[in-house]
Ligand binder design. Sequence first.
Ligand code: ADP
Ligand code: MG
Length: 452
Amino acid sequence: MYDVWKNALAEIEQQISTANFSTWFQDTSLLSTEDGNIKIGVKNSFYVKQLRNRYLDLIKTALENNNITINTIDFEVQSSTKPKVRSREITPDNTPLKTHVKKVKTDLEDQTSNTGLNHKYTLDNFVVGSNNDLAVSAARSIIDSPGDRYNPFFLYGGPGLGKTHLVQAIGNELLKKNPDLKIFYTPISHFYSDFIDAVKLGKGKEFNLKFRKLDVLIIDDFQFIVGKEKSQEEFFNIFNDLYQLNKQIIVTSDRLPSQIKSVDERLASRLTWAGAFDLQLPKFEDKCAILRAKAELMGAEIEPEAIEYIAENVNTNIRDLEGEFSTILLMSEVRGLTPLELIENGSVSVNKSSKLRPVSAKQIVEKVAKYYELPVKELTGKSRVSHIKNARQVAMFLLSKELNLSTNKIAAEVGVKDHTTVMHGVKKIEKDLKFNFTLRDQIEEIKEKIYG
Ligand code: ADP
Ligand code: MG
């Protein structure tokens, strides 16, 4: 398979389930990228439909991330699954073949080095904002002193918020400092399938030894461990061995271990021994900063107003933010208009909102009150009794995080006099959340009730 495609596939693989990846992408190949007209070879016409309907955006982004310019994407049914690649055609526009080949080779080395890390994820290109600053400062501390304070490092958050990026960046930075470190990054699903393969071949012991030799183990998407008892047990053993040797363990997941069904309780509690760090949705300022950084990295020209427009209208995650950004840049190139001109003349309209049902401030206050078994009147009343005050602060916190309301509005909703009380309340919950796992669980449960 051609290297560009291999790199693109590696990226796609990280974003969809293992089952979907092997079903839809296993036998694909990149046939041509001439003049930005991309041709992808597939097994039969059924695949064309599926890939087009479900994965076109993903393919587009993955190719763009590998410096391929795109005008159109077509699929071609191939009788042989591994057609000969016309490598001369697969060069990004205007790039001399030679330099490109060289670049691809380095990329390939990156991808296939036995660390499993992708060198494109660095701390330099990870924008720090209020949505991730705690996690980043823990990451820096790990880079300074692996296996020390934040061990294991447990990082969680919804899809597309930067988990893979941040943990791979830790791996890459550690390797930069000390190239001899034995670091291994793997999604848990690969850990699982490699383990099954090893056992089938009677090599379970070697598998275990390979992991025990590591200095740093990075496990991505731990939530996919669900129901895989054997691999969970193996992981638990390796985890304990490495932990006892003070080796750094890093785990990401889309939720807290206690919320993953069928995870052994002991394992769940060990994973968060050193705390749990989360990545949150970026605020408007954070989104702008990420887009500005990306534009600078790409050398792309885009007006500040266009950046603000995209930031304002993408409210899902950073992956979508990047996706919309790339689309606008691409259209701007194709149409010969600047991004802002495109937006102003109505050629593009970005609207990515969370699929969550919209909720009102009143509903949030009601759900919080109900959760803590208090009448709304009491929650929004004057009582200073600590459990009532705590419920009130949780309501303030959720109104701020979920609805982005101003402190004055929040004050009015929860019946307090001034906005400094609100600021104090929200800060208090933010602080408690760092170490109070019961509170975290409560807030997750309340959110489920709000949106469920
Ligand atoms: P997750 O693993 O949480 O699903 P990823 O790490 O794959 O998310 O991030 C999705 C995309 O957003 C990636 O392209 C990543 O580089 C980018 N990204 C996420 N957070 C940041 C950030 N703080 N700064 C720059 N890019 C980011
Ligand atoms: Mg990820």
